[in-house]
Design a protein around this ligand. Structure first.
Ligand SMILES: [Zn+2]
Length: 460
């Protein structure tokens, strides 16, 4: 027994010697991953956020509750200081569940699952009108000026499944939701119904913000679940006359006070500036805002918890920011950046997680060529964790207002194939987030922040 122990000791010493020769950074990345994968709190924190707060649209009582949760959770993670930064946010309420039916003229109307788009005007009672099929946004734009007088426009444009990165499919289709209503209204439509923005064909409508054009009539607008959109499109393409009824009681209310929540580990040399990690605390008012963006919030908090747990003392101050109002105004992102500018706060880099809590694949870099090269040189260290993406790309909505030509903006890039099954829909619940994938994302974020802290940019 004693000999066996001795052998183990020798083996450990030899192993230790070998390790001493290894790169400090790769050891630290291993420690970060071990800590998050063994002791990670992100999934437990997400459970509390989703199940005790749930959906939390800006300005709602639930959003206020989420702010309290954020403060408490950042403290529990060990942040040196936690505070709230006040902002004003728009307030939109959905009202009664939307009612929509459609059917062929002269036949029975059947109910269809719809959600009002966020910010939509109400219908003011029940609208009943013929439906006109419009293939895509370009066709809507090029239609004759009076083409849709008295009609409900059904904009059938679908996300293009040929994109491998589903965010590209979303990005090229989201304009139907954002801008469609005003274009249809200018041509006489009484309402707009879009095909939900998802690659899935199911019965869950997906909401999201509409932006009305200044000066254009503001018509009600809603998203139809894709399975129903498909059925409706088939009838309309056959040349059938379809009638639709729509009733929505949503409304826009005056702005109300709200907050960003900030937690910080003070740096050993705070004058070096801030490394920011963040996600957005608000969500749409359906589902539980689990992937969008509870995941980004708990991952950001986990970055601070991990550094504290490992006893890592960063040179830079490291901030986790839970931004409010990304979904329908970005007042949190704008307010945070404005305050940073007016107080002369220096941000070195900002990393946002707002693409779902799926297995991480790497990062998108919105940074100078020199900064990109600096980060890309670390990719071999990240490869063992299956992180390989480091392409130029968007950082995130919340951090984007920090752009000043010097700060590096970065986004966590997880696998995107299933994200739009859940995005802005009732399906975005805690159960849809896999703990291991969520935690790997948090570890990826902590790894990149560690590398940036240990090896600051030398060239801007
Ligand atoms: Zn989001």
């Amino acid at each position: 027994m004693a000999i066996f122990r001795f052998k183990l000791l020798v083996a450990a010493l030899i192993g230790g010697n070998a390790l001493w020769g290894q790169n400090t950074d790769s050891l630290m990345l291993r420690k970060i991953h071990d800590e998050v994968l063994v002791n990670g709190m992100a999934h437990d924190n997400l459970r509390v956020l989703c199940k005790t707060v749930g959906a939390r649209l800006s300005g709602s009582a639930a959003a206020q509750k989420a702010i309290v949760w954020g403060e408490k959770t950042l403290r529990a993670a060990g942040a040196d200081s936690v505070w709230l930064e006040p902002i004003l946010v728009p307030q939109w309420v959905r009202g009664q569940p939307e009612q929509c039916t459609w059917g062929l003229v002269g036949e029975k109307m059947g109910p269809a699952p719809v959600l009002a788009l966020g910010g939509s005007e109400p219908t003011g009672g029940r609208i009943k009108a013929p439906v006109v099929w419009v293939k895509d946004l370009e066709s809507l734009k090029s239609a004759a000026p009076q083409a849709f007088v008295g009609k409900i426009v059904f904009l059938a444009q679908a996300m293009d499944p040929r994109f491998i990165d589903t965010f590209n499919a979303y990005g090229t289709c989201a304009t139907i939701r954002i801008n469609g209503a005003s274009i249809a209204a200018e041509k006489g439509a009484v309402a707009l119904v879009i095909r939900s923005l998802t690659l899935a064909e199911d019965e869950h409508p997906h909401t999201g913000v509409v932006v009305y054009k200044e000066g254009a009539p503001r018509i009600p607008c809603a998203a139809l679940a894709t399975a129903d959109a498909q059925a409706l499109e088939t009838k309309l393409q056959q040349g059938k006359n379809v009638l639709m009824t729509l009733e929505m009681t949503c409304k826009n209310l005056p702005d109300v006070p709200s907050f960003n929540v900030v937690g910080e580990i003070r740096g050993q040399q705070p004058s070096k500036g801030i490394l920011l990690v963040g996600g957005h605390l608000d969500s749409w008012d359906v589902g539980e805002g689990a992937h969008d963006d509870g995941a980004g919030c708990v991952q950001s908090i986990e970055v601070l918890r991990t550094f504290k747990a490992l006893g890592y003392k960063p040179q830079h101050s490291i901030r986790a920011v839970l931004f409010m109002n990304e979904e329908n105004g970005n007042r949190g992102g704008l307010g945070y950046a404005e305050k940073a500018r007016t107080t002369g706060l220096k941000h070195v880099a900002a990393l946002e997680s707002d693409r779902g809590g799926f297995a991480p694949r790497g990062f998108s870099l919105d940074a100078s060529p020199a900064q990109r090269a600096h980060i890309q040189a670390w990719m071999p260290l990240l490869k063992p964790y299956l992180l390989h993406l480091s392409d130029p790309g968007y950082g995130g909505v919340d951090i984007n207002p920090l752009r000043d030509g010097t700060v590096a903006l970065m986004g966590l890039v997880p696998d995107s194939q299933r994200y739009f099954d859940f995005h802005h829909a009732a399906t975005d619940v805690f159960e849809a987030v896999h703990p291991r994938e969520l935690h790997l994302g948090a570890a990826a974020m902590a790894s990149l922040i560690y590398l940036l802290d240990a090896h600051p940019f030398t060239l801007q």
